[in-house]
Design a protein around this ligand. Structure first.
Ligand code: SF4
Length: 331
């Protein structure tokens, strides 16, 4: 793998859910790359397809969903694998999960079993992917707990998940995800379930660990402040579409898509006090089963062009180097 080649290449990914109400295209033709050591942020409101994109990569899409199109090409260092082609319950994907790609979830309780200690669970991951005995696995688990800032790792390794505070559980989950030094860590809303002081600690921890381990990060969040702290690149999603993507500095200084501009205008800035006018995006995200025709954002867009935006899906265009937008204003 050369420095510029992608670690993960997602092309035209479509993951749909099937129910009595109809088909929900939760992810619909999304493409992006993540290079080794790069941090990509994926942002958008709830229901825009961010988490389903991560679930598709991990091949843990819920039962009523299916990847219906596209490729997810992972460079494991030893081979190039299209994850879409793997059996989601097979040994190959289980080997890749944890070893090459790991995920931390919004709610750490969902990642841990309550009947085993965190040490049992972290050593199990280590022994599943690395050739070592129980004693060696325990030494490695204590080491990784220390690196994520767990106090007294020699004692806390024997704690049950429910006995830890929210912040410590979050650290333990990150430790479990990092136990086998994956080349890509996916973090789904890693700061949503913890309070503000812990949020800052988790962001700092992820930044430090990314540097120390040289791993790539994919952060899913609705919080653009988290992305501005951590990410090299940003992709904005709306109703399953990748509506804008660019290097983070470019996107924050030169946003183009009306949805991205709306998201940025709705973020309070420190120091602006009560006088600051926040502009919420009008309306709410429509149901996926009744997705608007043409541009999916047209029912809420302040720049709506009648007979164009509601008729035709805008193609993706490059508006500046490496800055892509799907909007008729730039076609
Ligand atoms: Fe708005 Fe039209 Fe652009 Fe969609 S294509 S974001 S409706 S201007």
């Amino acid at each position: 793998m050369t420095e510029n080649s992608a670690l993960l290449t997602v092309r035209n990914l479509s993951t749909h859910f099937f129910s009595r109400e109809g088909i929900s295209p939760a992810v619909d033709g999304v493409s992006f790359d993540i290079r080794p050591g790069e941090a990509l942020g994926i942002a958008g409101e709830s229901g825009c397809g961010k988490s389903v994109t991560a679930q598709s990569i991990m091949r843990i899409v819920p039962r009523n969903g299916r990847i219906v199109d596209g490729e997810i090409i992972l460079d494991t260092g030893a081979e190039i694998v299209d994850l879409v082609k793997l059996d989601p319950t097979g040994t190959r994907i289980r080997d890749i999960r944890g070893k090459n790609v790991s995920m931390v979830f919004q709610e750490p309780m969902s990642a841990f079993s309550m009947v085993y200690t965190i040490g049992n669970q972290i050593t199990e991951v280590i022994r599943l992917h690395q050739q070592c005995d129980q004693t060696e696995a325990r030494i490695r688990a204590i080491d990784i707990l220390r690196r994520v800032g767990m106090p007294n790792p020699e004692q806390s390794i024997d704690a049950y998940p429910f006995a830890l505070s929210g912040g410590m559980r979050q650290r333990a989950m990150i430790a479990m995800a990092l136990a086998c030094r994956p080349s890509l860590l996916i973090a789904d809303e890693p700061t949503t379930a913890v309070d503000v002081t812990i949020q800052a600690q988790v962001i700092e921890l992820l930044r430090d660990l990314q540097e120390e381990f040289g791993m790539a990060l994919m952060i899913i969040t609705h919080d653009l402040a988290v992305i501005s702290e951590l990410c090299d690149r940003v992709m904005i999603m709306y109703l399953g579409k990748d509506v804008e993507s660019a290097p983070a500095v470019e996107l924050f200084s030169n946003p183009k898509h009306p949805y991205t501009i709306g998201l940025l205008n709705s973020v309070p800035e420190l120091g602006h006090g009560k006088a600051q006018m926040l502009e919420a995006i009008e309306g709410s995200v429509p149901s996926l089963t009744a997705r608007p025709s043409g541009c999916p954002f047209h029912t809420r867009c302040p720049k709506f062009i009648p007979n164009v935006c509601d008729v035709e899906l805008p193609p993706q265009v490059e508006v500046a180097p490496d800055h892509y937008v799907r909007c008729h204003l730039y076609v």
